[in-house]
Design a protein around this ligand. Structure first.
Ligand code: AMP
Ligand code: GLY
Length: 407
């Protein structure tokens, strides 16, 4: 099977590594990819946001399966012309990707499907915004309706900060704050059948002890020793099945990866957000645990054959991922610093400058390691981190620390 993977982040590097280990994948092409992905795939240039360009590349490379990694191409409809041409594609249609592309769309699906989530108001005027803010207690949760590359959500105790962010959005969702630890559950979907992966936890804030601004994610681990034993089963029954059923009935069946972001509240799991693709850096940890062939799994999802796929097999033990970011991330990431000793890490914001590997984005590398326990996986991940040399690099030192202690 010839596979074309669209994207260039750490998530795509983890996907590429998994695909390269599947004997059914005879050729792997990544577009545009990055210097780390180049070690396991052939790279080709593409404007990933352009549906016509991605279709042309899929035809040129004679891809049997196209996997679209990031949300922006999916929300732009990159999957649709591929599917129309009969090419197997892992990733939802433009309409189904609205589950991530529009917070209002996602909240409506949840309301209509009776899925547990925060109470909310969608607002477009100052009056609506002020009455919505006044309807909830602190902290205020204010979400830009559209895609905002991780900058759309503000959670704050300060009324004026909440108001200012809300007024800066064309359309805004203001919702109830959900208290409780967060979980990311990835579900592989073929439109009818849904197969959950291992639940993981992400660390959103830039600094230790969950301090500082929100980021795309600074680390992750799986499994979750503290989570209720029946968590996945509960979320599949209360969230995933009703959501998929409703989307199908509405004529927008979801085919691809449904990312369920949850808060485990005192009343049980409630949805914080849906994404229409694998999360980063949870993917690096989750795929490190997967023993089943990744290419065959995603191909089964893309061709409506998930019901026939054998139950997923997982490694024993645990996986931990630690993200290395540049100084200044997330506000103003510094780029252009030389990177040395990055062997064995997943690449995201890296580029080759002649023979030098240099920083090219906020999140640069992810160190992922597995081990018989979270404690050992953590130790191995931090050993990988300690070998890397980047001027001004930053990483959190407490990824999976509490969970390892609770194990
Ligand atoms: P996002 O940018 O959509 O991934 O959201 C960023 C983060 O905001 C989430 O991971 C949560 O930590 C937080 N968040 C979003 N919605 C809520 C909510 N209703 N209650 C509490 N925290 C939230
Ligand atoms: N790690 C969270 C995300 O990918 O959105």
């Amino acid at each position: 099977m010839r596979v074309l993977l669209i994207g260039s982040g750490g998530r795509e590097h983890a996907l590429a590594l998994g695909l390269s280990k599947d004997p059914a994948v005879t050729k792997l092409i990544a577009a545009p990819g990055n210097p780390g992905i180049a070690e396991v795939a052939e790279l080709m240039p593409v404007d990933a946001l352009d549906p016509a360009a991605v279709l042309e590349l899929a035809l040129k490379t004679q891809a049997d399966l196209v996997i679209v990694g990031p949300e922006a191409p999916l929300v732009n409809g990159v999957a649709d012309p591929l599917r129309d041409k009969g090419i197997a594609v892992f990733g939802p249609s433009r309409k189904a990707a609205q589950i991530e592309g529009s917070k209002d769309f996602a909240k409506r699906v949840m309301a209509e499907a009776n899925v547990p989530t925060a109470r909310y108001f969608t607002c477009t005027t100052r009056d609506e915004i002020e009455s919505a803010l006044n309807a909830f207690e602190k902290p205020y949760v204010v979400k830009d309706d559209g895609l905002a590359a991780g900058k759309g959500v503000v959670v704050t105790d300060d009324y004026n900060t909440a108001l200012k962010h809300a007024l800066s959005c064309e359309r805004v969702v203001i919702e109830e704050y959900l208290a409780g630890p967060e979980v990311s559950l990835f579900v592989v979907c073929d439109g009818d059948t849904a197969v959950p992966l291992l639940p993981a936890q992400d660390f959103k804030r830039i600094n230790d002890n969950d301090e500082g601004p929100n980021t795309g994610g600074m680390g992750s681990y799986t499994p979750l020793p503290w989570a209720p034993k029946d968590l996945t089963e509960t979320v599949m029954a209360q969230v995933v099945q009703p959501t998929l059923q409703h989307m199908k009935e509405q004529g927008t069946p979801f085919q691809g990866l449904l990312f369920v972001g949850l808060a485990i509240t005192a009343q049980g799991p409630k949805v914080i957000e849906f994404n229409c693709r694998f999360g980063d850096p949870e993917t690096q940890s989750v795929l490190a645990m997967l023993k089943s062939p990744l290419g065959e799994l995603l191909y089964a999802a893309a061709t409506g054959k998930l019901a026939d796929f054998p139950p997923l097999r997982w490694r024993e033990g645990a996986a931990v991922s630690v993200v290395i970011s540049t100084s200044g991330y997330p506000e103003s990431p510094r780029v252009g610093d030389v990177i040395t000793n990055a062997d064995g890490l997943f690449h995201a914001g890296t580029k080759l400058d002649g023979k030098d590997l240099k920083t090219a984005g906020g999140r640069v590398l992810t160190a992922t390691a597995t081990g018989p326990s979270l404690k050992e996986a953590r130790k191995a991940a931090y050993e990988l981190v300690s070998k890397v040399d980047i001027d001004g690099a930053h990483y959190r030192t407490d990824i999976a620390l509490n969970a390892a202690n609770a194990e």
